[in-house]
Design a binder for this molecule. Structure first.
Ligand SMILES: *Cc1c(COP(=O)(O)O)cnc(C)c1O
Length: 417
């Protein structure tokens, strides 16, 4: 290992010079990138200086098959050479096959329909337009919820720092705390007859992996039914086998009216989708009422079809369950870890102290990419192909790190023990 991490002077310069060029040519929206990466294979990536990392972030839950899966590469190359883009004045086989496959995996009833977009944000924009199309106003969304950064999706995104500079956003959005059944019921009552939709992530990803309870999701389903409003599930992060089911809502035995997908769907190729369940939602957006140039192009559809095919052929749902359970078991036994949240390979490691950023930094310096979505949470959203042995290398590193740097609980919050 040691030679992998001994940077030569010239090597160090390569990454550093690239990041300088980055700083002079790209907008500062993402801050300073951690490294410049040059290549990936399976669950590993390499930086410009030749260092290898175990990628437990997977491009933020995107690289479902890891990096460079041969079947995915072949499908994209083949489709690129055959027909890559046509505009939506024309139909293509990959687009139709992908829509059929998604409806099938989602157990969508007859009348259900799919709209393809290029990202999670865009999928959510389409869902917002469906909410508007009900003719009613109020949308209920959750504190901590994340749905994207366009002005529409941002209106449903809770974080004040993301919203404030761009106010006013579309109104009529009411935020309630997650998992508070009474607050949800009260917000629905307060909306009176004007509730158009409740928008939820089954597990809040960006908030730090906060799962919604079975009872809460069931209540959201019952209330939207009763008030003839849409239950819109944002499964952009939780969807496509990430949680050990094709879609997270399937773990709860409910069916939404609308589900949005993106991230893992293309396995690293940008593609988003909106699934509208049943006749009503399926026919809500008619001719001319929504559109996109790129959405559903055959290249993106072929990438998504290949991703879904490999997940099935390699039984990755079983792998997600096995490796996810293994990670959870070992993490829960570690000093400094107070809880492990999430499902499958969408895991939040709750730390005893708000030191996620420094641990993530130490991890990358040691060859592990993890992400700190909140001060006291590390998030793991690796490739669905991650092996137990790969997971173990990280677990052993983290165990060693936490033993050498014991976490001391935040004194300001403490006092109750
Ligand atoms: C990432 C994410 C989005 C935004 O998706 P983009 O592809 O970045 O536009 C929306 N909702 C959820 C739950 C997400 O995790």
């Amino acid at each position: 290992m040691s030679d992998l991490f001994s940077h030569g002077e010239a090597g160090l310069e390569k990454g550093a010079v690239a990041l300088q060029r980055y700083g002079h040519s790209l907008m500062g929206t993402f801050g300073v990138p951690m490294r410049m990466l040059t290549r990936g294979e399976g669950s590993y990536v390499w930086d410009a200086d030749g260092n290898r990392y175990l990628d437990l972030l997977g491009g933020i839950a995107v690289n479902a098959l890891g990096h460079g899966h041969p079947a995915w590469v072949e499908a994209i190359a083949h489709q690129a050479a055959t027909l890559s883009h046509t505009s939506n004045f024309f139909a293509t086989e990959p687009q139709i096959a992908l829509a059929e496959r998604l409806l099938d995996l989602a157990h969508a009833p007859s009348g259900s329909r799919v709209f393809f977009a290029n990202s999670g944000t865009e999928a959510n924009e389409a869902a917002i337009k469906m909410a508007r199309k009900t003719g009613k106003g109020t949308i209920i969304a959750l504190e901590g919820g994340f749905h994207g950064r366009s002005t529409g999706a941002l209106a449903l995104t809770h974080k004040e720092a993301y919203r404030a500079p761009f106010a006013p956003l579309i109104g009529d959005v009411v935020f309630v705390p997650p998992n508070d059944e009474q607050a949800l019921a009260e917000a629905v009552s307060a909306a009176a007859g004007d509730l158009s939709a409740i928008v939820l992530e089954p597990i809040q990803g960006e908030a730090g992996v906060i799962p919604l309870s079975h009872a809460y999701l069931a209540l959201a389903r019952a209330l939207t039914r009763r008030h003839e409003a849409l239950l819109i599930l944002d499964e952009v992060q939780t969807g496509v086998a990430r949680t050990g089911a094709w879609f997270a809502h399937q773990l709860h035995g409910i069916q939404p009216d609308v589900m949005t997908l993106a991230k893992g769907l293309g396995g690293g190729f940008p593609v988003g989708a909106v699934i509208a369940f049943g006749e009503g939602p399926g026919s809500m957006l008619g001719k001319g009422e929504h559109g996109t140039t790129f959405g559903g192009n055959p290249l993106a559809a072929a990438a998504a079809l290949a991703t879904l095919r490999v997940i099935e052929d390699e039984d990755l749902i079983a792998n997600v369950k096995t490796v996810g359970a293994h990670l959870r078991e070992r993490l829960e036994a570690m000093d400094g870890v107070v809880e492990v949240r999430g499902e499958g390979l969408l895991l939040g490691i709750g730390l005893a102290a708000p030191q996620s950023a420094e641990i993530a930094q130490a991890a990358v310096a040691s060859g592990f990419i993890v992400n700190p979505p909140s001060l006291d949470t590390l998030r793991l959203v690796p490739a669905l192909t991650l092996t137990k042995a790969e997971a173990d290398t990280f677990l052993t590193w983290l165990e060693g790190y936490l033993a050498a740097h014991p976490l001391t609980p935040d004194l300001e919050k403490g006092g109750e023990s």
